[in-house]
Design a protein around this ligand. Structure first.
Ligand SMILES: Cc1cc2nc3c(=O)[nH]c(=O)nc-3n(C[C@H](O)[C@H](O)[C@H](O)COP(=O)(O)OP(=O)(O)OC[C@H]3O[C@@H](n4cnc5c(N)ncnc54)[C@H](O)[C@@H]3O)c2cc1C
Length: 374
């Protein structure tokens, strides 16, 4: 049996790793048009959270978070994962009043979140700004680092015998008599396969459109800011109700600031973007409100990543009906990084015809979007 994966982001690499680990007899090839991690995965803020997720992907996130503490050992790599919790703060009365209901709704699905008052909150994160009224804490949330995680998955997949071709752009999946027969590179060469997995991030819809399959994805560029190192003071990942913020302090003391601020897409096809000054200013303002120490440090670097969003903000994961052997994993809507261990496992199981733990992902099935025009 052979499987070809289009896209060397985290989802494709995780699928390759899980496939070879589950069955060393299966030939696995990853085709990446650039280099691994060149798009969303390498640009990611790498937050590993279950707090605040849509109910449709909570079980999947819980399963993934169960895997993260052991992931370095599984991969024999270093994702720089650490579990110091996630704290989402309220900076206005409306958010603070709504926090208990937000918590109850998630706890009903087994997400271990709790309301923390101003005193407890400041014990978890001394140095929070005076505007922070209280928050919600999730002790199993945490953080990793983007490129180290990409490298750890790629190295582990290669070690187990997956072939990863970089600089290999795919033109389309070859479908014969209603089933996948192979994948065609843009230089016209083909690889025969039984199963093709489209995990091409923001470019997945274009590949599927080749077969008249319409997966409505909207591409957005998300901005990240990295400061110079500062004194180490912050352990949990900080977020903020009703404001765009994700704030972490990395091992060297630098602050990584994101949360969904937009950059400008200058060339979608070429994965090119420009940082917007207005987003930088707004991002730094909310970071400084929540954690004033960030205001005192200069920026070291800024970048963006192109990410595919679905209309309901949860991914499309699973088989494409009408084309046997075609699987898709796309539309992670700004929060796929944390899910990568579970996504790779599910894709591998689906490809191999094993029990794919349907309860974890049935609400994410691409059929909810696909209009078959074939
Ligand atoms: C700035 C930013 C911050 C984020 N922060 C978080 C966070 O804190 N927590 C979280 O959980 N998630 C976060 N996310 C989301 C997460 O990073 C993504 O959901 C995840 O990385 C998506 O992985 P992927 O493999 O699906 O896509 P990608 O990483 O985009 O990979 C797709 C790959 O396919 C390749 N490709 C495309 N077309 C072709 C083709 N025709 N032929 C061959 N290869 C092709 C691309 O070059 C690319 O490498 C963030 C995303 C961004 C952009």
């Amino acid at each position: 049996m052979s499987v070809v994966i289009v896209g060397g982001g985290l989802m494709g690499l995780s699928a390759a790793f899980h496939l070879r680990r589950a069955d060393p007899q299966v030939a696995v090839t990853v085709l990446e048009r650039d280099r691994v991690g060149a798009a969303a995965s390498g640009a990611s803020a790498a937050g590993v959270r279950v707090m605040g997720r849509d109910p449709a992907e909570r079980a999947l996130a819980l399963e993934s978070l169960r895997r993260w503490p052991e992931l370095d050992r599984e991969l024999d790599g270093d994702t720089r994962y650490r579990r110091d919790g996630g704290l989402r703060v309220a900076v206005d009365d409306a958010a603070w009043t709504a926090a208990p209901r937000w918590v109850d709704e998630q706890r009903a699905d087994g997400v271990p979140v709790e309301v923390v008052d101003a005193r407890e909150m400041r014990k978890l994160a001394p140095g929070l700004g005076p505007q922070c009224l209280g928050g919600v804490f999730c002790g199993i949330d945490g953080q990793a680092e983007a490129m180290p995680t990409v490298s750890a998955f790629a190295t582990a997949a290669r070690r187990l015998g997956a072939r990863i071709e970089e600089g290999a752009r795919v033109r389309g999946v070859v479908v014969e008599r209603g089933r996948v027969a192979g994948v065609e590179r843009s230089d016209g060469t083909r690889i025969a396969c039984d199963v093709a997995i489209v995990a091409a991030g923001a470019w997945s819809a274009t590949l599927l459109a080749y077969h008249g399959v319409s997966l409505p994805l909207e591409t957005r560029a998300l901005q990240m800011l990295l400061t110079k190192p500062a004194e180490k003071t912050l352990a949990p990942v900080l977020g903020c109700f009703d404001r765009k913020l994700s704030l972490k302090q990395l091992a060297d003391g630098s602050f990584l600031i994101g949360g969904g601020w937009p950059a400008l897409i200058t060339d979608d096809a070429k994965n090119e973007w420009e940082i917007l000054d207005a987003s930088v200013r707004a991002s730094r303002t909310i970071a400084a409100t929540v954690y004033p120490a960030t205001a005192a440090v200069a920026l070291a670097r800024s970048w963006a990543g192109l990410e595919a969003f679905t209309a309901d903000d949860v991914p499309a994961l699973g088989p494409v009906s009408g084309i046997a052997g075609l699987l898709v994993a796309a539309g992670f809507s700004g929060h796929g990084f944390a899910l990568s261990p579970a996504i790779g496992d599910i894709l591998a199981r689906l490809a191999l015809g094993l029990d794919a733990h349907d309860a974890l992902w049935h609400r994410l099935c691409p059929d909810r979007f696909l209009e078959e025009t074939r």
